[in-house]
Design a protein around this ligand. Sequence first.
Ligand SMILES: [Zn+2]
Length: 347
Amino acid sequence: MTLFDELEHIYQDALTRLAAVADSSALEAWYADALGRKGAVTLQTRAVGQLPKEERPAFGQRANEVKQALETAYAARAEAIKQEELLRDLEAGAVDVTLPGRPLAPGHLHLTTQSLRQLYSIFALMGFEVYEAPDVELEAYNFDLLNIPEYHPARDMWDTFWVKGLDAEARLLLRTHTSPGQMRVMRERCPEPIRVILPGKCYRYEQITARAEHQFYQLEGLAVGHTITLTDLIGTATQFARLFYGPDRQMRVRSSYFPFTEPSIEIDTTCTLCGGKGCRICKYTGWIEIAGAGMVHPVVLQNGGYDPAEWSGFAFGFGVERPSLTKYGVNDIRMFYGNDLRFLRQF
Ligand SMILES: [Zn+2]
């Protein structure tokens, strides 16, 4: 076989193999095999030296034609393969636009926020406005001005988170109850009459158990005026209980003690679960406590700027999580701040 015949054979063979190439990686391999630096055509072209001088130009010309023809065939095949691969990709990644969409899971308000909003609207009906007071509070507002001096035994009722690094003259703490807001609103509004509710988070340095958290919401109420009596307090509490727990609620009042009210009472309503028959939630008494309350202590009124000879007032306070506990039968207060979606999604 002459070099010419070999060249033709290589050419035909390359064309046949090119027609069988099916993807771009096989195509690159084909190119290296045929036209690459060590490809068949290239090697064959280099063999031109073996020919007699007069045959060399004709061989060189034919070799160039073969190279050109194979380059052109390669370019055409490359374009075709590109289109095929694009089509394959489109088919593989096809989106069925007729399929129904996946539903988005919308968030909702936390159980505590829901309770707070319900409480706001009930007290708004009775003319109470919401008054916000700070979470970080002066010791004086949290204790002293509320008739709880340093030596007073009632301070043991609140284990306190103190805020470090401040001088003893103005010690700061995380409020242990919402009552310091009473002092703030009295000093701000004096000598106007007051009717406010004070919602907010409170903090106590205590062991976390199923019944006690170190943070919880309280809602405090304060009314100050010229003719306010204990009857107004009981009437307000009764109206609240009937709007919040249901119209058939019975009320009862027990005497109690808080340093900042005199007299002090605790307000109970018939159990929300058993309706008064007795159950585990109400410890078989038929009653649940809903609030601590009382007439604002004269010393506290005075500290707020009001003359106790002319002014009187009532105050009440309760935990916001507690009503949800009894209403929904939640038996562990830690669920409220555990951020377990299985719990939160139920409300
Ligand atoms: Zn009960």
